[in-house]
Ligand binder design. Sequence first.
Ligand code: FA5
Length: 341
Amino acid sequence: MKSEDIDQLKDRFLKEVKKENSSKERKKICKRYIEEELSSVFCSLKNLSGERKAEIGKKANELRKLISDLLENEKEKVFQAEKEFDITLPGKNVELGSIHPITKLQKKCERIFLRMGFAIAEGPELENEWYNFDALNFEEDHPVREMQDTLFVKQKNREELPSQERFLMRTHTSPVQVRYMKDREPPFRIIVPGRVFRNEATDSSHEINFYQLEGLMVGENISVANFRSVVGYFFKELFDADVGIRLRPSFFPFTEPSFEVDVSCSICEKKGCSVCKKTGWIEVMGAGMVHPNVLRSADVDPSYFNGFAFGLGIDRIAMIKHKIDDIRLFYSGDLRFLRQF
Ligand code: FA5
C-alpha cells in the first residue's frame, strides 16, 4: 500500500458524496467508507514497515476524521430540520369519509330490533335456487324465476344441475329464514339485513340493487296481532312519531296469509307524488305468517310451531325518512348528495 492509494480513496469518496442529493444516502456512503474501506486500510497497516506505517496511518486517520465530521454534519442537518419544524402551523387537512345513509339507517333499524330481543343473522348474496325459491315454496314455474326478474349466474349445463347448485344473486333476504332455522331449535327471533338484486327497469322507487331487512319470529301461538305490535313499535321508534301504517292483503308463496305493509307518504304529506304514485302511501314491506311448507323445508314441525316473517325495503324507508324523491341518488356516488347525511 502506498500513500497515493489513500489520496485516491479520498477522491473517490468526495466524488460519491458530492453526487448524492439525499442526506440519508450521504450518511450511508460515509458509514460504508468508515466501516468497510478504511477499516481494511487499518487492517493492512500491520504488514507495513515503521516509516510507511506512520505516513499511511496518519493519512488514513485524517481521512477518517474528514468522513466522521461529514457524517456528524449530516446528522446535525436532520436534527436542525426537525428543530425548525413549527408545531404551531395548522395541520394538514385529512378528508374523512362518512357512513352511507343506507348503512346508517340499517344500523338504526338493527338497534330497534335488538331492543325487542331480536338477534342479527346473515346469509350469502350469491345464493342457490333451492334457498332462494324451492325452500320458500315457490312453484317451479313462478314468474319471478324468469330471467326478467332474477340475475342468474351463467353456468355450464345449468339446466342439468340440481337447484342447490344453480346460483343466482339473491332476490330477497328471505332465503336466510330457512338457512337460519335449519340447524337450530325454535323459538327464533331474528332480523337479516342485507343487499339484494333484481333484474328490473329502474325508476324513482326501484333499483336493481337495494337493501332489505328480513324479520322472522317463530315459536308457539304467534299471531298477526304480535306482528302488528312489533312493526308498530318499530315504525314509532324509527320515525319518532306516529306514522300511518296499513296492511293490505297480498300474496307470497312463503307466507299464508300474506300482506303488504304501507306507511303514509311523508314526502308529499299524503297529497300524492311520484314516489307514492299519487296514492299517499308507500309500500315498505311484504309480510305474512310463515307458510308450513317453509317450516318443513327448515325441519321445523308446523304442528307445534308457527310465526311471522317480513321483508322491509331499507332504501324506501330512507327515502321517506329523509324526504328523498329518487332512490337512484343513493347509488349515484354524488358527494353533494352524500355530504348531507
Ligand atoms: C319480498 O322481497 C319478500 N321477500 C318480503 C317478505 C318477507 C314477504 C317475508 C313475506 C315474508 P317484495 O318483493 O315486496 O317482497 O319486496 C319487499 C320490499 O323491498 C318492498 O316492500 C320494497 O320496500 C322493497 N323493494 C322491492 N323491490 C325494490 C326495488 N326494486 N328497489 C327498491 N326497493 C324495493
